[in-house]
Write a protein that binds this ligand. Structure first.
Ligand SMILES: Cc1cc2nc3c(=O)[nH]c(=O)nc-3n(C[C@H](O)[C@H](O)[C@H](O)COP(=O)(O)OP(=O)(O)OC[C@H]3O[C@@H](n4cnc5c(N)ncnc54)[C@H](O)[C@@H]3O)c2cc1C
Ligand SMILES: NC(=O)c1ccc[n+]([C@@H]2O[C@H](COP(=O)([O-])OP(=O)(O)OC[C@H]3O[C@@H](n4cnc5c(N)ncnc54)[C@H](O)[C@@H]3O)[C@@H](O)[C@H]2O)c1
Ligand code: SF4
Ligand code: FES
Length: 804
């Protein structure tokens, strides 16, 4: 049988996915020709955010490489735009004059970014964020310019802004609405998001209307309707998209906002389909890949003559791809007359959860700070699950434990793990059991799960863990530490050890970094690994540290700092309190606050005053900013309390004195309580001690922050000396094997409590670990004292660094 001629206009995510689905049905039905205006093979547009953020490289986001087109006998014309569809001739014409006939045609021309028609919008340095070319413009600009303005505080604008921050730019987001991401979040979540992003260094101008982009040839800044202005030498417009319909419209195809399609993705012109962001189904043009991939599947079945269930529209869910921020939104998330909402708001930890109910059905959800329940809620929304028999508040509570593996264990087979590609837990389990998949990459190849935004990778790994048990080696799932290198943490640490590397630049040169300068993700990590491997020889590279660590104080939203002096075990005395009071008065410090870690925080210290404040306090740094030991909280214990069986303050002070200043992959908090009443909350700390008759129980991996986790019992010991010895070995093992920025709670989940116990059970190993710990501790010097002693550092730090 002669093959029919199929032409696809648009070599993007939706169109090529439709071709993939067609090839799955049959490779013999069509002779396929694809036109793409961009000069690249089909790539993952979603990951451009990750390219900008330094997590991956353009060359690694290709979805279908040139060979794929060849292997499937597809004729591909890249860098060539179709300018005309001739329905009578059933042919398309390109800008190069090429005429290609079709029996079936798919229009998948995507969207074009909306560019505000402002005076000056055509100046150099003004760009959209849609494709590789735009991404390159931003990457280049960041090398020569400092000030970036992003217009639009939606998903795209915020992901762009995070990328530009990572590239070392000073970033302001100009947003027209009073709260961020108002199309996905309600006011509370929008404000929480703003707060979190401000902490990351983003600045915001809300309810701001840009009137003009000024400058000579290149942009120099923005003018707003209220007469104010903002300097900027890069402007990114991220104010939404418009379906790209011009070609279809000119060809007489019915269009509205998008190209109008029916439930089988057919336009009103015979043999012409449309799919993706350019298509409008039931009045809706979609702007996320999940619905577009659903459409692609229906289109493929229909065009191949198979019986297909009609496309009936999609419920949407979104997640923001900014590290350190968990935001999830799905369905109809706003309260309304016919809708009631259920909310949980933990203001202290910045966690907000809301579900919206219409009668007995969940129709929408917003999660901020903890989005683990997102998939489950999304499944309920999609299924229009009836919750009349459920205690409503329990819907917002995590099912099972916090651990990922137990969360997927509670999911039913039809629950979706990969939202972008609509892959269920059952499909992944089937791929493992029937197709022998044993890694996340194999699952990706088999099912497409994790092939788009990549956000579901941890859940896919959890399903592997759950299904394969001990056969699944999570640590063998190699993951590069960032987009500047293909190397994992283990490979970098091994490289440092084997090749005797001593500087960040040397690591990057010798281990073949792809970017000369590295990025804000790998530089601090390599800095840590070098110090961990060679504690006595390595000189910390201050420039590679985050601003708080460079300044040894926490920057606040108004540009002032907060300062926390060390108070061992939360115990203080009249002299220290007097010095603190004097400092507060002398430097007119506006806020003095007792912290949850049992010490005193001085807020609102001016940058210039920092060295003098530290000098006058004459106390060690509390490291409230550092990836190091923060606090050792203690209860009063046997000294004063009638229930106390141990000297909790004594052990707490010894621990804090011994381990202060220790550099760790992430912050470490401890607590010591002298009896199981645990007044110091020992069960929720990285390491917690609970006094029992005749000794201590040591709990590890606890966390009281965003991801609440109760600690696991590591050991029972009899004496304070044993407690110190186990702590030293445990912490050193964490230092040596955790990824940079991995809290002990996540680390213990990854490596397993039993494994850590088996290491620490070995007395020789314990001794060796403690010896290496002692070496690391031997170089500790209080950072405040060091700065005060060095006029040069004081000058450098306070005249060149920081936001003033
Ligand atoms: C930075 C960024 C991050 C994103 N993140 C996410 C995310 O996390 N999750 C999510 O679901 N979605 C995300 N999206 C949206 C997602 O990328 C799009 O929904 C998806 O790419 C749309 O696919 P499409 O094929 O319809 O359009 P496109 O991928 O835009 O493809 C259309 C292609 O057609 C070409 N073309 C147009 N006209 C012609 C013509 N006449 N002739 C030849 N070729 C033509 C275009 O050049 C383009 O290459 C993101 C988008 C961006 C820009
Ligand atoms: N993580 C993700 O899922 C993700 C990431 C990036 C992009 N995308 C998709 O890409 C597309 C484009 O994203 P987007 O964020 O540009 O679109 P959007 O429509 O979601 O957001 C645009 C934002 O710009 C604001 N805005 C509009 N006019 C403005 C003006 N004059 N000044 C300041 N702000 C203004 C709007 O209030 C809105 O919040 C969307 O379809 C989006 O879903 C998704
Ligand atoms: S933990 Fe026990 S010993 Fe410590 S203060 Fe509380 S009740 Fe007293
Ligand atoms: S959820 Fe986006 S790739 Fe799986």
């Amino acid at each position: 049988m002669e093959k029919k001629k199929l032409v696809l206009i648009g070599n993007g995510m939706a169109g090529v996915r439709a071709i993939e689905e067609i090839l799955k049905v049959s490779k013999d039905l069509f002779d396929i020709t694809i036109f793409g205006s961009e000069p690249h093979p089909n790539y993952n547009r979603i990951l451009l955010s990750k390219v900008l953020q330094g997590d991956t490289k353009v060359k690694d986001i290709t979805l279908n490489d040139w060979e794929w087109y060849e292997e499937n006998n597809i004729t591909l014309f890249t860098g060539e735009t179709v300018t005309k569809i001739n329905p009578e001739m059933m042919a398309v014409v390109s800008d190069k004059g090429r005429v290609v006939p079709y029996d079936e045609l798919i229009i998948a021309t995507g969207s074009v970014p909306f560019i505000l028609p402002l005076p000056g919008a055509d100046k150099q340095g003004v760009t959209a964020f849609r494709d590789i070319k735009d991404t390159d413009i931003m990457l280049e600009a960041s090398k020569n310019y400092k000030k970036a303005a992003v217009i639009g505080g939606g998903l795209l604008g915020l992901e762009a802004a995070r990328g530009l921050l990572n590239l070392g730019m000073d970033v302001s987001v100009i947003h027209i609405a009073p709260t961020l991401m108002e199309r996905q979040l309600d006011e509370t979540a929008g404000r929480l998001l703003q707060k979190e992003l401000e902490k990351q260094g983003m600045k915001f101008l809300l309810e701001a209307q840009t009137q003009e982009i000024y400058g000579t040839d290149r942009v120099e800044g923005l003018k707003f309707k209220d007469g104010t202005q903002l300097e900027a030498d890069l402007v990114v417009m991220a104010v939404g998209i418009k379906p790209n319909i011009e070609l279809a419209k000119e060809s007489g195809i019915a269009v509205n906002r998008g190209i109008i399609v029916n439930d089988f993705l057919q336009t009103d012109l015979p043999h012409v389909y449309s799919v993706g962001e350019c298509a409008e189904h039931n009045g809706i043009p979609y702007g996320l890949v999940a619905p577009l991939y659903e459409q692609a599947k229906v289109l493929a079945s229909h065009i191949c003559g198979q019986e297909a269930a009609p496309y009936q529209g999609s419920v949407l869910s979104t997640q923001l791809k900014v590290s350190g921020v968990e935001v999830f939104s799905a369905g109809d998330f706003m309260d309304g007359e016919d809708k009631k909402s259920l909310k949980v708001f933990d203001e202290q930890d910045g966690i907000y959860k809301k579900i919206v109910l219409k009668g007995n059905k969940i129709v929408g959800a917003v999660l901020f700070g903890d989005s683990k329940e997102g998939n489950r809620l999304f499944s309920m929304i999609k299924k229009e699950a009836d919750i009349s028999d459920t205690e409503k508040i329990t819907i917002l509570q995590p099912i099972g434990e916090e651990a990922g593996a137990s969360l997927v264990a509670t999911m039913s087979a039809d629950e979706i793990i990969c939202g972008c590609n609509g892959v269920s837990k059952g499909a992944i389990v089937q791929a493992i059991q029937e197709k022998g998949c044993t890694s996340v990459d194999a699952i990706k190849a088999c099912t497409s799960a994790s092939r788009s935004c990549g956000g579901c990778k941890p859940l896919v790994a959890d399903v592997l863990q759950l299904t394969l048990g001990s056969e699944f080696d999570a640590s063998a799932q190699k993951e590069a530490i960032c987009g500047c290198t293909t190397l994992s943490r283990e490979e970098i640490v091994d490289g440092i050890k084997e090749k005797g590397l001593t500087h960040i630049r040397e690591v990057m040169n010798v281990l073949g970094w792809e970017s000369e300068e590295g990025c804000s993700k790998c530089r601090p990590a390599v800095n840590y690994y070098l110090g961990m491997v060679n504690p006595t020889k390595y000189e910390d590279e201050r420039e590679s540290r985050f601003v708080n660590e460079r300044m040894h104080a926490n920057i606040q939203k108004d540009g002032t700092y907060s300062v926390v002096p060390r108070m061992y075990g939360g115990v203080t005395n009249a002299n220290e309190l007097r010095r603190i009071a004097d400092v507060v008065e002398k430097y007119e410090i506006p806020l003095v606050k007792v912290t949850g870690g049992q010490r005193i925080d001085l807020f609102g210290v001016k940058k210039d005053d920092l060295p003098k404040v530290w000098q006058d306090l004459d106390m060690n740094s509390g490291y409230a900013y550092g990836k190091s030991l923060r606090t050792v909280k203690t209860c009063v214990g046997e000294t004063f309390c009638r229930f106390g069986t141990q000297d909790s303050m004594g052990l707490g002070i010894d621990l804090e004195k011994k381990f202060e200043g220790l550099q760790t992959p992430h912050k470490v908090k401890m607590a010591v309580s002298a009896c199981p009443r645990s007044c110091a909350e020992s069960g929720f700390k990285d390491i917690g001690f609970i006094g029992i008759d005749g000794g201590w129980e040591i709990y590890v991996g606890g966390n009281g922050g965003t991801h609440v986790r109760g600690g696991d019992l590591l050991y029972k010991v009899k004496t304070d000396q044993e407690a110190m010895e186990i702590t030293g070995a445990y912490l050193q093992y964490y230092r040596e094997t955790a990824n940079y920025l991995e809290r002990t709670s996540a680390w213990i989940e990854r490596v397993g409590l039993a494994h850590v116990q088996s290491v620490l059970d070995d007395k020789n190993k314990r001794t060796e670990l403690n010896a290496r710990m002692d070496e690391a501790l031997s170089v500790y010097k209080d950072p405040w004292k060091e700065i005060i002693e060095s006029k040069k550092t004081t000058k450098e730090l306070f005249e060149t660094v920081g936001i003033s």
